[in-house]
Write a protein that binds this ligand. Structure first.
Ligand SMILES: *[C@@H]1O[C@H](CO)[C@@H](O)[C@H](O)[C@H]1NC(C)=O
Ligand SMILES: *[C@@H]1O[C@H](CO)[C@@H](O)[C@H](O)[C@H]1NC(C)=O
Length: 441
């Protein structure tokens, strides 16, 4: 293959490249520290004499190009001054970077920036959601639970985790002051109980709220669905639509930025929601939709077809929710008789990394992981209870809860949390509800 180029003196050189050295473009482009560029990029060049060779993939489009790249031949001489071979300005764990380059280390953006004495890598200092120190610390002690890394949470900051994976506002004083209903004492409650065994097929599976702080909507519709199915003895076997609630209950609610449970229940009672089949969940399912609040597709007073146009857009309502006391026996009796309840609790820094066992806030040696320690509210369903006897010397009573981070998290989407000591306030805000349904069906 031949390559012609002009020399400042005006001589014409003919360079014969030998075949075994590989494609001629590679000769020049291999000098680029960052290699060839994808697609067509006229600024992507490597020097040849006083001019330059294009190094983009576009150059490879024609096999019989006599040049180092086809688009070079026509205008290479116009290029001046040539691009010098750049030497990297910064180095970080074996990689080199030029001034202005950025990359991510876990949840932090690092950039190669000028300093008084040259260039240096400077990284943000956010606290990350997944922290090796916490995982190691939890697992090094017999806490009764284990911690691990989740790739879908890794790379997020703690702030992002709280904003996008939780989403229940602190219960308003009016909710905390809600009168508790009287629960008839039950003497013969079993040692362990799981709603899914008592009502097989009627309890909703684990959902995934995605990167959207929608637990207020997801836990509300899931508890309402379970209760309606149980109350109608399976005749109304339905999964209600969290998207309907999330997108349409916008009055003093903040969609994927979180919501209040009392307002959610008010909406469920006043307007109701359609089924999930009618109005499927979409929020937080892709990066671009992350913080997207989808507009309401079902104006609350109108009869409009389902956004997914193939079923009835009938709305289902509930009666006012009621509060169950913090007493362990009351919560158990309520679940045993009427089905899963909704619980609001404080998610602390170690919870995100839970992979199994009976959870209990445990930072161990990294107790001051962040200063001050952080927590935010979240709401989930309590499905039952039990006692973990993995360690023959310690009995660990727990609540069995369904989270909404998909089945890849925790124990197939569920978690167990210490029972009877109001761990992370799990026993403080427990709500139950009835469907507003015609029982004569
Ligand atoms: C080379 O030619 C291409 C197409 O003719 C043109 O788009 C490009 O800008 C030219 N590059 C330079 C550096 O002159
Ligand atoms: C967590 O997993 C991601 C990839 O899924 C990995 O890049 C990262 O190093 C892991 N972090 C820890 C602390 O193990």
């Amino acid at each position: 293959m031949t390559k012609m180029y002009s020399w400042p003196s005006g001589f014409i050189f003919v360079v014969v490249l030998v075949a075994f050295t590989g494609p001629s473009w590679a000769q020049y482009c291999s000098r680029r520290i960052t290699g060839c560029c994808p697609g067509r990029d006229d600024s992507c060049t490597a020097p040849i004499g006083d001019t330059a060779c294009y190094c983009d993939d576009f150059c490879l489009r024609s096999k019989d190009a006599a040049d180092c790249c086809p688009d070079f031949f026509n205008n290479c001489t116009a290029l001046s001054p040539p691009n010098p071979i750049k030497t990297p300005d910064c180095f970080y764990v074996g990689s080199s970077f030029f001034a202005g380059d950025s990359f991510k280390v876990d949840c932090n953006i690092c950039t190669c920036l000028p300093t008084a004495v040259g260039y240096a890598i400077q990284c943000d200092t956010n606290t990350c959601l997944i922290r090796e120190a916490i995982i190691t610390s939890v697992n090094s002690e017999p806490n009764g639970w284990q911690a691990g890394n989740y790739s879908f949470l890794w790379g997020m900051t703690l702030d992002e985790g709280e904003q996008r994976r939780l989403g229940t506002k602190k219960p308003a004083p009016t909710v905390s002051a809600m009168k508790e209903i009287n629960i008839d004492e039950m003497d013969d409650l079993p040692d362990s109980f799981d709603s899914r065994q008592k009502w097989p097929g009627w309890i909703e599976g684990v959902s995934d709220q995605g990167n959207c702080g929608s637990s207020w909507a997801v836990s509300t519709t899931a508890v309402a669905s379970d209760r309606m199915t149980i109350q109608s003895t399976g005749k109304m076997w339905l999964a209600l639509s969290p998207q309907n609630l999330l997108s349409c209950n916008t009055r003093r609610q903040q969609g994927c930025d979180g919501g209040h449970l009392d307002r959610a229940w008010y909406f469920m009672r006043r307007y109701g929601v359609v089924t999930d089949v009618c109005y499927p969940y979409k929020s937080g399912m892709s990066d671009t939709a992350m913080m997207n609040k989808y507009p309401c597709m079902l104006p609350r007073d109108l009869t409009t077809p389902c956004p997914a146009h193939y079923v009835t857009s009938e709305k289902y309502k509930v009666t006012p929710p009621y509060r169950i006391s913090e007493k362990e026996e009351d919560i158990k009796a309520e679940i045993f008789k009427n089905g899963p309840v909704q619980a609001t609790f404080l998610v602390k820094e170690d919870f995100y990394m839970y992979t199994g066992g009976v959870y209990k806030y445990t930072l161990g040696p990294v107790s001051a992981a962040t200063e001050p320690p952080r927590s935010a509210y979240h709401s989930v369903r309590i499905l039952g209870w039990g006692v973990d006897r993995t360690d023959p010397n310690i009995q660990r009573p727990y609540w069995l809860c369904a989270n909404s981070w998909g089945e890849q998290w925790g124990e197939n989407g569920l978690f167990r949390i210490q029972r009877g000591s109001n761990e992370c306030k799990i026993e403080s805000y427990v709500l139950g509800v009835w469907g507003n349904i015609d029982m004569d069906m």
